[in-house]
Design a protein around this ligand. Structure first.
Ligand SMILES: NC(=O)c1ccc[n+]([C@@H]2O[C@H](COP(=O)([O-])OP(=O)(O)OC[C@H]3O[C@@H](n4cnc5c(N)ncnc54)[C@H](OP(=O)(O)O)[C@@H]3O)[C@@H](O)[C@H]2O)c1
Length: 323
């Protein structure tokens, strides 16, 4: 199984036709991918759990018996998830752009003595039309990457021996990225800012974080993988202009996944028994896919980890990051 997984690659046209070597593909839904999986007794953290792919992820994990810890920007939004989950659901406030909120959330889980089997780093924002910064850091990079980097590192002591970390990246890490990859001299976005490239930058950071985490977990049975969920019409598109949104509606039937298909890959990576010892991979359509050149750059991943630690250290003390 491992061999067939690692050699699999889904060409573009396969989204309209056959599935990958494991029988799963573009059209596979989150319910289908878990149909024979019992998650009773498993505790799974989902960030950005109140909307889009996160909400569907909560619904299906709950359906399979997992205790889901659903994180959202506010406790009101986290509480609103309850109707989609089972009675074990635990709502928690965690604003990933606020170090204080992340620390408070992690401390809360420590105090509850919870053990975590899986973390799905799902929350994200996309293509902010104008440069926005917090603590001196470009907001997409801060929310999508730094917030998750900080949260996962704080929660590491709570992870079970075979825990999985799944980071929701995007094919935007290939399509929209800056030509030289991570912008080590421009985490503020002040030197240059392009809404889509900044999003691709944050998604490349997601992927490299997962890769370097997998390196650091080597020798243990804990794993880290990154996924591209597909293209799905969710609130993520809120910053697109109406014309593009109309195009998205028209393209919907052709190129877009529905929400049930969109949540499949992250649920597959974080729960499927076939992936027990698979780590450091990038998944799309529930199959392993090759990342971009920068997405496979181990030196860049190491350097990003060190910079991310420095950024977290700075902003956790209320200081501003300076490039
Ligand atoms: N949809 C796609 O086509 C697509 C493609 C590739 C990758 N992805 C990735 O998939 C993931 C889920 O996106 P989605 O499509 O489901 O979008 P979505 O419906 O907009 O959901 C994003 C979630 O992230 C949360 N979030 C945003 N900022 C946050 C913050 N500061 N702290 C905590 N949570 C925050 C949102 O909370 P609020 O509701 O409060 O804003 C929401 O719950 C993202 O990482 C995205 O980059 C999506």
């Amino acid at each position: 199984m491992i061999e067939s997984l690692s050699s699999s690659r889904i060409p573009f046209m396969d989204r309209f036709g056959k599935n990958g070597p494991n029988g799963l593909g573009f059209h596979t839904t989150a319910e289908e991918v878990t149909k024979s999986i019992d998650l009773t007794g498993k505790t799974i953290v989902v960030t950005g759990a109140n909307s889009g792919l996160g909400l569907e992820t909560v619904r299906v994990l709950s359906l399979r018996g997992a205790k889901v810890i659903g994180m959202a920007r506010t406790i009101e939004k986290a509480n609103a998830i309850k109707p989609s989950a089972n009675p074990e659901f635990l709502p928690i406030e965690c604003d990933l752009s606020e170090p204080h909120s992340i620390t408070k959330c992690a401390n809360h889980l420590f105090n509850l003595g919870i053990r975590i089997d899986s973390i799905i780093c799902n929350a994200g924002i996309m293509a902010l039309p104008q440069l926005q910064q917090k603590y001196g850091v470009e907001l997409q990079f801060l929310t999508n990457h730094i917030g998750h980097f900080m949260l996962v590192n704080l929660l590491m002591p709570l992870l079970t021996n075979e825990a999985r970390v799944t980071v929701v990246s995007s094919s935007a890490h290939k399509v929209f990225s800056y030509h030289d990859g991570i912008q080590f001299g421009n985490f503020s976005g002040s030197n240059q800012y392009n809404p889509h490239k900044a999003y691709g930058h944050s998604k490349l950071a997601n992927l490299l974080f997962s890769n370097e985490l997998a390196n650091r977990l080597e020798g243990s049975d804990q794993t880290a993988n990154a996924v591209h969920p597909g293209v799905i019409r969710t609130n993520l598109l809120r910053n697109y202009n109406p014309l593009i949104k109309f195009g998205a509606v028209v393209a919907d039937k052709l190129l877009f996944k529905n929400i049930h298909q969109g949540a499949a890959t992250q649920i597959y990576a974080s729960t499927h028994p076939d992936l027990k010892y698979i780590s450091g991979k990038y998944f799309s359509n529930c199959n392993i896919e090759a990342p971009s050149r920068h997405g496979a750059d181990q030196a860049m991943a190491k350097q990003l980890w060190e910079f991310s630690e420095n950024i977290v250290n700075q902003i956790s003390q209320g200081n501003y990051w300076e490039d």
